[in-house]
Design a binder for this molecule. Structure first.
Ligand code: 3PG
Length: 306
């Protein structure tokens, strides 16, 4: 079988080497398309692929229509908003992700961004510490829990809101449960977002929630830019000159945020959360193993389009 890695944002070389060893060790061949600059390059590379490994690369109905031999696509990472699951199903393609494999990298970045903001983006002036502050974690999954754990290490108070988890589960990690999303925002000096981008969550973080945050608070987004209602967030930041926003991946209106809010705003130029060798290796090798296992045994444990 031909396994294609198609990554506009490439994996670390060690991850590619590891994937190659797994794929070839199982008797398959590996093809590599990195840093492609047009979808036509993607179409050409995927045309005869039996399996596909991607990162945030968009696997659309058009890609699937071209990929006549494709049987499985694995998103090496957690969020799968870049996969058209309905189209995968229509083309009999099994779609998977690799949950948890890059979570630590994202969690570390969330804490790093918080420090960066509390130290005035490393410009001269008096900053403040994380210790003693409250962090509210919106969605307490793989990344959210790691953020909570790291925050506790910094001496922060951890509050979490996750309607899909029991209070007992959340409390067993040492975090306190916020009774509502509103309460999470009202009580938190930082709110860290770990929700996926879905039709329900897109544009869901806006004026009503952010305006509830206490004086000097900071919204931290290492999830997806799409979950923010940018016009409403701009309005809150205008009405509340004490609030701040930091994001891993620039909002659509990044220039306006920067111009209006200066050091109260920062966004990474490209999504950096999973940009560590460790995360690339963990997620990439998991993807390769899932593909080889699927071909060898039919294992569909991580299938998203069941
Ligand atoms: C994820 O959903 O796993 C992260 O956002 C990482 O995305 P990336 O592989 O494009 O860096």
């Amino acid at each position: 079988m031909k396994v294609l890695i198609a990554t506009e944002k490439p994996f670390a070389a060690a991850a590619v080497n590891g994937i190659k060893a797994i794929v070839e060790g199982a008797g398959h061949t590996l093809a590599l398309l990195e840093k492609y600059t047009s979808v036509d390059q993607f179409y050409a590379a995927v045309a005869d692929a039996d399996a596909l490994i991607v990162r945030s690369d968009k696997v659309t109905a058009e890609v699937l229509a071209v990929a006549k031999n494709l049987k499985i696509v694995v998103r090496a990472g957690a969020g799968f908003d870049n996969l058209d699951l309905a189209a995968c199903t229509a083309h009999n393609v099994v779609a998977m992700n690799t949950p948890g494999q890059n979570s630590n990298a994202v969690a570390e970045l969330a804490l790093g961004l918080m420090i960066y903001m509390n130290r005035n983006q490393f410009t001269p002036g008096t900053g403040s510490e994380l210790k003693g502050k409250t962090i509210g974690i919106q969605a307490y999954g793989n990344v959210g829990r790691l953020v909570g754990n790291l925050a506790m290490g910094f001496g922060m108070k951890v509050l979490a809101f996750d309607p899909f988890l029991s209070n007992e589960m959340i409390e067993s990690t040492g975090a306190k449960v916020a009774a509502s999303l509103e309460e999470l925002y009202e009580k938190s000096d930082f709110v860290s977002l770990h929700i996926p981008a879905t039709p329900q969550t897109k544009g869901s973080i806006g004026y009503n929630l952010v305006s509830r945050m206490p004086k000097g608070a900071c919204l931290v987004n290492t999830a997806r830019k799409e979950v923010i209602n940018e016009d409403e967030l701009i309005k809150v930041l205008e009405d509340r000159p004490d609030l701040r926003y930091v994001a891993d991946v620039a909002p659509e209106k990044a220039a306006e945020f920067k111009e209006k809010f200066g050091n109260r705003f920062f966004a990474t130029p490209k999504k950096m959360g999973a940009e560590t060798a460790e995360a690339n290796i963990n997620a990439g090798l998991a993807a390769a193993n899932q593909i080889c296992d699927f071909f060898a045994t039919g294992n569909t444990k991580f299938q998203l389009n069941k």
